[in-house]
Design a protein around this ligand. Structure first.
Ligand code: 5GP
Length: 192
């Protein structure tokens, strides 16, 4: 059986990754999003087991000790990690798996799974990112400032990725990501 493709999908807070991701999953039925574990509190409307597995710090540390993560990292005061077993199970079933993770996690995956394809979603400009993050209204001013500082650092890492996709338009950016996935599979002879 053909194994699926592992895709790392990274971009700063507020860049519109979530919106593009919804479209990717809608348009590509072979694609699955890995659900991460996090110690951050759920935002309004987020459901445990759908956006994230919301866990305590103790549970998160236990998962690390049990070698349950493919990668994990701290981001603006909270921990985030990719549960290992589910990802390998889906890849074995021939599904393509997308990890929406930050830069430190990307660096770990690049080492652990060199066959993955890595995509950075960039804003048209830093000002656009700032406006989106402030306009979203889901974070306090202090958290927004910290996220913007992290975003500035993350933008400096964008050249380490296989592809940079600029989110100037959701439909266009979605189609570009879909093409990257299908072109990579064709090049590697992974059946659609
Ligand atoms: P948010 O709190 O906005 O949902 O996510 C904050 C950051 O953590 C985002 O850049 C998101 O991509 C990243 N993230 C989400 N899940 C994981 C994960 O499992 N591992 C790592 N390294 N980063 C993650």
């Amino acid at each position: 059986m053909n194994k699926g493709l592992l895709i790392v999908y990274t971009g700063a807070s507020g860049v519109g990754k979530g919106t593009i991701m919804k479209e990717l999953l809608r348009k590509n039925p072979n694609l699955r999003l890995s659900v991460s574990a996090t110690t951050r509190a759920p935002r309004e409307g987020e459901v445990d087991g759908r956006e994230y597995y919301f866990v305590s710090r103790e549970k998160f540390d236990r998962m690390i000790a049990e070698d349950g993560f493919l990668e994990h990292a701290e981001y603006v005061g909270n921990k985030y990690g990719t549960p290992k077993e589910a990802v390998f199970r889906m890849l074995d079933e021939g599904l393509d798996v997308i990890l929406e993770i930050e830069v430190k996690g990307f660096l770990q995956i690049k080492k652990a799974c060199p066959d993955c394809v890595t995509i950075f979603i960039a804003p048209p400009s830093f000002e656009v990112l700032e406006a989106r993050l402030k306009g979203r209204g889901t974070e306090t001013d202090e958290v927004i400032e910290k996220r913007l500082k992290t975003a500035r650092e993350e933008l400096q890492s964008q050249n380490l990725f296989d592809y940079i996709v600029i989110n100037d338009d959701v439909d266009r950016a979605t189609d570009e990501v879909l093409s990257i996935i299908s072109d990579t599979k064709n090049e590697r002879n992974i059946k659609e």
